[in-house]
Design a protein around this ligand. Sequence first.
Ligand code: URA
Length: 259
Amino acid sequence: MNTQSDKLVYTIKQQLECEKLLGGKWLPKGNPRDIDIPANTNPQDSDTLNFMTPQAEEIMNKSQKLKKIAAEVSQCKACELHVNRTNVVPGEGNANARLVFVGEAPGQNEDEQGRPFVGRAGQLLENIIQAMGLKRTDVYICNILKCRPPGNRDPLIGEVEACKHFLYDQLNTLKPEIIVALGTHAAHNLLETKTPIGQLRGSTHIYHPEGLNEPIKLVATYHPAYLLRNYTKDARQKVWTDMQLVLKELNLPIPKKSS
Ligand code: URA
């Protein structure tokens, strides 16, 4: 029960199982050759799909923890932002994501829908994700703040302090391989620096604040909303260079970019 074809069948079944669970694509972390098949598994048996493989069980646990965090966010009154919110915006995406995008804070559309990056900036973020050869459902997307600041003003220090434990809980659950910090505020708050985004982008940082169990690689890039205001070839190329760096860190192929 450990031939190459057995392992391939097992991996495909896991893939289907995870896609069924998550409604998205599962990006296998390892080489199927190295996958450890539990002793009682018969990959020839179609019932195999009906029981939880260890990997699928882990994803289920992560998914449940993320739901619990979202439920806690919905009850949060730790800062004044709760007063005017329509909805909290905890974050969404693949519980098995290797890549997490972190923005600044929800805007009007996000506040109305309770989902991150759903406005014009969100559409551009989705285009960027697609250019990377991925889908929105392959990654996890969230913000530093889970509630909208009035008039989309910058997050206040006290708000970031009150909210950051939710982000740590999400990242400790997801255990992504890499984070993309979208824009100045996300990069400054995550890396605890005031260095301009133009200097932070273009290289890989290590993010390991108190509260995060394991260090995570971090690439900072321009915010999609900045790109919308400044839709120049130079700015687009810089974001694409940053995303190529992310793909390299993840050992994923770099698709050819059309524009
Ligand atoms: N900008 C952000 O930083 N986050 C969102 O969710 C939407 C816009």
